[in-house]
Design a binder for this molecule. Structure first.
Ligand code: MN
Length: 733
């Protein structure tokens, strides 16, 4: 069979698959529209192939199928738009052509999608801008975001065929942006798959290791879950609750996040076991049935008091409803149980898209919450002055956090991010109320503007006509809305502080004999993680640790003068080397195909043996991070092109500073034991050791010089064996 024939067969079989998925909700006219879109897109992309070598049209077909089957968006316009989504981007056809053929709505959606991908290609330095555009188009038509997520999912599934550098960039962008967005839209399965795929490419070894352990423990886990479920199901049904119960395997990325967050090995992730109970009752009984199931589970297995989540009384902002609880199963192991009705389960699996088609016949609660969220984003976007990158970070924070609910004295419910203060609420109610707020009453008790609100608080705002917004308020507000309003109102004040701070800064530099445009200043800004304006502003407000700053400058100056040249090097802050494969074998890094100067990132302190990745900083040269470093992820997500491949030079003979955190029970002599293990058994040099004991528990921080990650790992293994030590993990230095 010729190649062309084979291609044709593959393409028409894929298209038939899509049509089968659409059959249930399309009439003959609609099917005809889809066929027309397919023929047009196939012809438009006929010259192109995907990186996998397949005909390009397979990609839009796959995206359309994800839209229908996995997102659950049963909408002809969305299918048509998905089929032509790359036409304007990749061929000579224009949005006008699309409009002439498929109408205005499809044209608008395609336009939105094209703008987004233009962003990704042409403006990779400003992916924040891309994100902003996406949210803008998304707030006028949600299908843009849903198709974009489907597009990204298919690209991630086929990422293997891309170059390694692009894989990293796309994966970083995915975990940074698209996975939280999918989560926010209630597409939990897609969110999980995106995160797993991103982890698979960014940290292949970690991924494989966890996957292996998940597989190895699979059969035992299956038996355990069965033992857990059988009595539970019998009990629920004997109380008149027909239900389906099944075990769920936690995703690899969520296991990894737990391990990282709590600094524990795989074996100690306690809620590896997860079970879902779906009660099969008529809709009008579903809430009652869920609570009844909860009480019955509680009577069978002991529950964990702090791990109950009630998303029934207050659904998540995206409409998610369920009860979550964690109980002790047989043998004392934690099991997470999710309780939902059939309808709730369907909505959770398909997300709010499941409702989309019926939106015109009355919005569901899920849709209303979602509209509120979009409205909020729209109001922030209307502020033209806002810096795109800053906006990106703020909206991103809105995306990933859960919310708390508080009440106004009139009994109105307001939604705020966790950590939000009285002042956030004031701005949430009205800008004028924010500007004139002087304090509040939380549950009838007087509090300050910076008082942090709790879920369920009743909050009254106290205002005064004499009050004016103050720039210091920025230190304690959490919502992007409050931030923006305060910034607008305090622009003059900010300028005055900045000028004052600038003068002060330049005077102090003169005292150190440093010019304001010196490299030392850039490194200082990097060290403080601020830009110049922020530094000036903080100085002007006397809100910076001057001692820390002057110590840094002195140390830097001395270092640049070439004073310290010990064989044992401290890589913590910005020591610069001339790179390339040097002959003396003292250079710890090798760069692929280039000579470059570099430094070790202060945020994650890589040591030999770690997986590393360089980032081309415009001012600092190549900064080398561990590939697990969250800061690197953010950098790559915003500007993936600056990734630089680096690897360790095996010939190096240096020692590196590493940090170890030790936690355990305080007992006499434990310090001696730790020191013994480190110095006598391991002959490793200690740079510093601090131990804090409170209430029978100790908390130690150790800084040691090691040769590589393997040595560090062995050392940590030994420390774990010490009697009384509970947790040992690596930290920053
Ligand atoms: Mn595409």
């Amino acid at each position: 069979m010729t190649e062309i024939k084979r291609d044709e067969r593959v393409v028409s079989s894929a298209f038939r698959g899509l049509m089968r998925a659409c059959e249930l909700f399309m009439n003959e006219d609609e099917r005809e529209r889809v066929r027309k879109a397919f023929e047009f897109s196939r012809q438009a992309h006929s010259e192109m192939r995907r990186k996998t070598g397949e005909p390009y049209i397979l990609h839009p077909i796959a995206v359309a199928r994800v839209v229908v089957e996995e997102i659950g968006l049963k909408d002809t316009t969305a299918v048509v738009a998905a089929l032509v989504h790359d036409v304007v981007e990749d061929t000579d056809y224009t949005v006008k052509d699309i409009q002439a053929m498929f109408g205005r709505t499809v044209a608008q959606i395609t336009d939105g999608l094209t703008k987004i991908s233009h962003g990704v290609h042409a403006m990779s330095t400003m992916q924040a801008e891309t994100f902003r555009k996406m949210l803008l188009t998304m707030s006028s038509d949600i299908r843009v975001a849903l198709i974009k997520i489907a597009d990204r999912l298919h690209n991630m599934r086929t990422l293997k065929s891309m170059k390694p550098e692009s894989r990293l960039k796309i994966s970083a962008e995915t975990s940074f942006l698209y996975a939280p967005l999918a989560h926010r839209l209630g597409l939990y399965n897609i969110k999980t798959e995106l995160e797993d795929l991103a982890l698979f490419y960014t940290e292949p070894e970690t991924y494989q290791e966890i996957a292996k352990k998940v597989r190895a423990t699979g059969p035992a886990r299956g038996r355990y879950i069965q033992n857990f479920i059988t009595p539970l199901k019998a009990m629920l049904e004997s109380h008149g609750l027909p239900c389906e119960i099944f075990g769920r395997v936690k995703s690899i990325s969520s296991i990894y996040q737990k391990m990282k967050k709590q600094g524990i090995p795989f074996e100690q992730v306690y809620d590896l076991f997860a079970v879902r109970v779906i009660v099969d009752v008529p809709e009008q009984q579903e809430y009652e049935a869920c609570w009844k199931a909860y009480r019955l589970i509680d009577s069978l297995y002991q529950n964990h008091p702090n791990r109950m989540r009630d998303w029934l009384t207050r659904p998540r902002p995206n409409g998610y409803e369920a009860l979550h609880t964690t109980v002790t199963g047989p043998g004392g192991r934690w099991v997470e149980v999710q309780i939902r009705s059939r309808r709730m389960d369907y909505n959770a699996e398909k997300g709010p898209a499941a409702h989309w088609r019926y939106k015109d016949n009355g919005a569901t609660p899920a849709d209303k919450k979602f509209e509120e969220w979009l409205g909020k984003i729209r109001s922030v976007l209307e502020n033209k002055d806002i810096d795109a990158r800053e906006f990106f970070m703020e909206v991103k924070n809105d995306l990933v956090t859960e919310h708390i609910h508080v009440f106004t004295p009139k009994g109105e419910l307001k939604m705020l991010p966790p950590g939000a203060t009285v002042l956030d609420l004031a701005y949430e109610i009205h800008t004028t109320i924010g500007h004139t707020a002087i304090g509040g009453k939380v549950n009838y008790e007087a509090v300050g503007l910076n008082h942090v609100l709790q879920n369920g608080d009743r909050v009254e705002i106290i205002t005064s006509k004499a009050q004016k917004p103050d720039i210091s308020w920025l230190d304690f507000v959490k919502t992007s809305k409050a931030r923006e309003r305060i910034k607008d109102a305090t622009r003059e004040q900010k300028k005055a502080f900045e000028e004052k701070g600038k003068k002060f800064f330049e005077e102090s530099l003169r005292r150190y004999g440093v010019a304001p445009d010196d490299r030392v200043v850039d490194e200082l800004l990097h060290f403080l993680d601020m830009d110049r304006a922020e530094l000036y502003r903080r100085l002007g407000m006397h809100r910076i640790d001057l001692k820390r700053m002057s110590e840094f400058i002195k140390a830097k100056k001395a270092e640049l003068a070439g004073e310290s040249a010990a064989r044992t090097l401290d890589f913590r802050v910005g020591r610069t080397f001339e790179g390339g494969a040097s002959s003396d074998g003292e250079n710890p890094l090798v760069f692929e195909g280039q000579d470059a100067s570099f430094q070790m990132a202060a945020c994650c302190s890589p040591i030999p043996g770690d997986d590393i990745m360089g980032f081309q900083d415009p001012k600092l040269g190549i900064v080398v991070h561990r590939s697990v470093c969250p800061k690197l992820r953010n950098l790559l997500a915003i500007d993936g092109k600056k990734a630089v491949k680096v690897k360790w030079n095996d010939k190096r003979q240096l020692t590196f500073l590493a940090g170890i955190k030790i936690e355990g029970y305080d007992r006499f002599g434990i310090l001696i034991n730790i020191v013994k293990v480190v110095t006598v058994r391991y002959k490793v040099n200690i740079r510093s050791i601090t131990i804090d004991g409170v209430g029978g528990v100790f908390d130690g921080q150790l800084k040691v010089y090691v040769i590589d990650a393997a040595e560090l790992e062995h050392l940590m293994e030994e420390l774990r064996k010490i009697d009384g030590v509970v947790k040992v993990y690596r930290t920053e230095v």
